[in-house]
Write a protein that binds this ligand. Structure first.
Ligand code: TYD
Length: 138
């Protein structure tokens, strides 16, 4: 199943008496070159974001502050829930998994790294359409 490759990654930390510094390099600490960065903050605890799958983009989600949860579904009956809550860890999401982000803490800053520039056409925003596409009946 596609959710097999969904996994938490741990990034190198360079902490000293001055504080912490975390490094994320494309093709080294994560399995793609970084083409896009965006971040999400100010989402209330009752908000659900994401609610889509991507045909081409891979992502790494890092809560650089605060915490959130991500539910991942593969469209053929498997799902997993991850708590993202440490600045030196990130959740890797391959192509074609459905994701919902929720339970944002008030201080949540969710940094997202992506393998592709933004293209609205590669987003699947209808869950039934996603299931059909995954099962080859689109
Ligand atoms: P949206 O996909 O709804 O965010 P989320 O995945 O958190 O639910 O995006 C919100 C708006 O931002 C929408 O108008 C599209 C725009 N947007 C871009 O222009 N570029 C991007 O890379 C992203 C992720 C969103």
């Amino acid at each position: 199943m596609r959710t097999d490759s969904v996994r938490m990654l741990e990034f190198p930390q360079h902490g000293d008496e001055r504080g912490h510094l975390v490094v994320v390099e494309g093709m080294k600490d994560i399995p793609f070159e970084i083409k896009r960065v965006f971040y999400i903050y100010g989402s209330d605890a009752n908000v659900v974001r994401g609610c889509h799958a991507n045909r081409r983009s891979e992502f790494v989600l890092i809560n650089v502050a605060g915490q959130s949860k991500v539910r991942v579904r593969d469209g053929v009956g498997n799902e997993a829930v991850f708590s993202i809550n440490r600045p030196h860890t990130g959740l890797y999401l391959p192509r074609m998994v459905w994701k919902d982000m929720y339970d944002f803490s008030p201080d949540s800053v969710l940094l997202v790294l992506s393998s592709e520039p933004y293209d609205a056409e590669e987003y699947i925003r209808d869950y039934d359409a996603f299931v059909r596409e995954v099962s080859g009946h689109a």
